[in-house]
Design a protein around this ligand. Structure first.
Ligand code: AHM
Ligand code: MG
Length: 369
């Protein structure tokens, strides 16, 4: 077995029947996995698979840039132009450009939207339009780059619903439950991609020697009760009393819950990824200054909600399942409580009434209960 390939028997929270069958002469690449999943749908045209490959390429390109970020700064310090004579750009702008250029010409998309751009990104007139829409945050947590903390890319794919030849705003403003695929990449100590097309959430680790994402975490399942609480406590004084009470519950100060351990990287992808694998809750509540919180519904909350639900978890804004929220604006913000199901249910039963996911039947862990 090549040294960098994760060993199947080391993978946590994977059922025995899902163990990855990498051998010295055969590996499960993301491409092979996508093809095998596509075979389960005889009606599939291959367009979504093609889109997922293109995303994988864009993400490998971004991973390269992120890895040399410190170096680029050193080189850039003496001369703010790169070798091609272009002005050096901030990494989040670069990541945005990489995504757009990798995905605008494949004939699979009708339009894109990015956290980095104010309006819809049209497909250039000289390229064919496809049936999917792509929404993304090209480099989440980019304020952490200077201190070498993991950052990530998050993406969401929906179907075109308008009848015109190009994508329109209506195509972008679809509720999260309409997503056909979603994923994220974490540029951490290794680069990992986790994605779903609605048939479970699966993780792939980039093998740098092969330049390929290899299946390392099939069928991820998030524990129902979390170990970790990820929240920025500095907003405590600005939270409503119900949110303050909810945090006391998570910390075991009231309501009889086993106290959670606080872990907050300040990079959503990194916090979410840890909680997905180990069990936990990420919370970015509304506060008195930001009545809708900070995170973006379309680029951050929806795709991560799709993944977490596929892994057995849940996501709510406090009153509504995230994937049921009808977006009205491209850059709409939302409060977010996402992760282990029982802990998300506690947020819902404390802050609102509606179930956090379609299958939620029981109100678990209401504060003070
Ligand atoms: P960004 O998309 O501009 O990077 O902002 C989102 C980031 C998340 O990654 C992170 O969870 C959050 O902002 C941190 O915000 P705060 O510093 O208010 O805790
Ligand atoms: Mg972001």
């Amino acid at each position: 077995m090549p040294a960098d390939i994760p060993r199947a028997d080391c993978i946590a929270r994977t059922r025995k029947s899902d163990l990855v069958k990498h051998t010295a002469t055969s590996v499960v690449t993301i491409e092979r996995f996508i093809i095998e999943q596509e075979r389960l749908h005889p009606e599939a045209t291959g367009e979504l698979s093609g889109l997922l490959y293109d995303l994988g390429l864009a993400e490998k390109m971004i991973a390269n840039k992120v890895r040399s970020a410190g170096l680029a700064d050193i080189l850039g310090a003496t001369d703010l132009e790169n070798v091609q004579g272009e002005t050096q750009q901030k990494l989040d702008v670069l990541a945005n450009e990489i995504m757009v250029k990798a995905l605008d010409h494949g004939g699979r998309l009708c339009a894109m939207a990015s956290e980095e751009e104010p309006d819809i990104i049209p497909i250039p007139e000289n390229f064919r339009c496809g049936k999917y829409c792509l929404l993304f945050d090209p480099l989440d947590g980019s304020s952490n780059i200077d201190v070498n903390v993991p950052v990530g890319t998050i993406f969401s794919v929906t179907r075109k619903i308008t009848s015109g030849s190009r994508g329109e705003m209506e195509d972008m403003l679809q509720a999260g439950r309409k997503q056909v695929a979603a994923g994220y990449v974490i540029y951490g100590s290794s680069t990992m991609m986790v994605y779903t097309t609605g048939q479970g959430a699966h993780g792939f680790t980039l093998d740098p020697s092969l330049g390929e994402f290899l299946l390392s975490h099939p069928n991820i399942r998030i524990p129902a009760v979390g170990r970790y609480l990820s929240v920025n406590d500095s907003y405590h004084g600005q939270w409503e009393p119900e949110v303050q009470a909810l945090m006391r519950y998570y910390r075991g100060q009231e309501g009889g819950r086993q106290p959670m351990s606080t872990r907050y990287v300040g990079s959503l992808v990194a916090d979410f990824h840890r909680n997905l694998l180990g069990g936990g809750l990420f919370a970015y509540p509304a506060n008195r200054k930001n009545r809708r919180g900070k995170l973006r519904l379309l680029y951050e909350a929806n795709p991560l909600a799709f993944i977490v639900e596929q892994a057995g978890g849940a996501a709510t804004d406090g009153t509504q399942r995230i994937m049921d929220v009808q977006p009205t604006e491209l850059h709409q913000r939302t409060p977010l409580f996402i992760g282990s199901k029982n802990d998300v249910d506690a947020a819902r039963s404390t802050l609102g009434k509606a179930p956090a996911d379609a299958s939620a039947r029981t109100a678990v862990g209401s504060v003070g209960a």
